[in-house]
Design a protein around this ligand. Structure first.
Ligand code: TRP
Length: 342
């Protein structure tokens, strides 16, 4: 029995190295394991829950994210890539699930609480935003996904989804919905990749991320502007490697960790300049990004082919989601006309 895996991203920006190491790389590995049937969803409706007045941003980034997927090697022949808004069953399931979740329960979701604080919703918090975990439960259950690879900020979503599955199945005396499990990244990769300025998080507003689509010159400029050890002024000074972004990136990306350990020893002893370490990191990252850039350029030549790929994936996703919806409707008893079907 193959296990269905669902992952997703909100198309609110281009994907960066943090996405690559925390998620994309793993998706490529999973698609080659025939125990799994992977689905990747571009969560444009979820993105609209806090971007309702800026649909252009979502529209533009839909293609950006699709190109990011293809360029890192997510292969539409092995992974079903689809677009959330094109799967009407997800919205209908969300409506049924909302009746099974109390207002106080949605207000208790810690990730949503944090996001509400961060997002300064001037006109008040959109209802759609508060209930997006319910819609995410529809995403997961529509495909009967049993594994959801996520970062730990998404654990409350999986927990809420599991509750909905249990309540739905118990209320309507069915087993149509499958309880998913979170699949966390290996311990070493669970930590967030810091921004180039040393900030704990890469964010568009801080302009401190390295994007998969950055060209060579941009990558060079970003690596050479990285935060290191502010007290490491002269090459001969002993330097710190903890909290030094260049070394944090080398720990994650350098194929030769023995060489990195050597560099660390020299840096800590004094006598190794920032420029040399940055050049080393630039080469490591450029080796990683070069083939990704080339693939991206290839796919970017034909945007309609990319759109067609998303449509084909969405057609397939609709078949699966509609089948789950049909069974869910029957369980609830809103299948009044099923007996009329020929
Ligand atoms: N909330 C996820 C994020 O912000 C995106 C997402 C939407 C998702 N639906 C999903 C992830 C279903 C996994 C499964 O990253």
């Amino acid at each position: 029995m193959t296990k269905t895996i669902l992952t997703g991203d909100r198309p609110t920006g281009k994907l960066h190295l943090g996405h690559y190491i925390g998620s994309l790389k793993n998706r490529v590995a999973l698609q080659d394991n025939d125990q799994y049937d992977p689905y990747v969803m571009i969560a444009d409706m979820q993105a609209l829950t806090d971007n309702a007045h800026n649909p252009k941003k979502i529209q533009d980034n839909l293609l950006n994210v699709a190109l990011d997927y293809l360029s890192v090697g997510i292969d539409p022949a092995k992974t079903t890539i689809f677009v959330q808004s094109q799967i009407p069953a997800l919205s209908e399931l969300t409506m049924y699930y909302m009746n099974l979740v109390s207002i106080s329960r949605v207000e208790r979701n810690p990730t949503v609480k944090t996001e509400i604080k961060q997002k300064n919703f001037g006109e008040g918090v959109p209802t759609g935003f508060v209930v997006y975990p319910i819609s995410q439960a529809a995403d997961i259950t529509a495909f009967r996904a049993s594994l959801v690879p996520v970062g730990d900020d998404q654990l409350p979503m999986i927990e809420q989804c599991r509750e909905i599955v249990r309540t739905f199945n118990a209320t309507y005396h069915t087993d149509v919905l499958v309880e998913p499990e979170a699949m966390l990244p290996p311990a070493g990769l669970a930590r967030r990749l810091p921004g180039i300025d040393g900030n704990a998080k890469m964010s568009k507003s801080l302009n401190n991320g390295i994007y998969l689509s950055d060209d060579e010159q941009t990558l060079h400029d970003k690596v050479f502007s990285m935060y290191t050890d502010p007290d490491h002024i002269h090459v001969s000074d002993p330097g710190k490697v903890e909290g030094n972004v260049v070394f944090e990136y080398l720990d994650v990306f350098a194929p030769d960790q023995t060489a990195v350990d050597d560099l660390k020893r020299q840096y800590q002893a004094g006598g190794l300049g920032d420029v040399k370490v940055k050049k080393y990191l630039f080469d490591v990252l450029n080796d990683l990004l070069k083939p990704i850039r080339a693939k991206r350029a290839e796919y970017a030549k034909d945007e309609n082919a990319v759109r067609q790929m998303l449509k084909d994936g969405s057609d397939k996703a609709n078949e699966v989601a509609n089948d789950t919806l049909k069974k869910a409707r029957a369980a609830i008893g809103v299948n009044y006309f099923d007996t009329l079907e020929k």
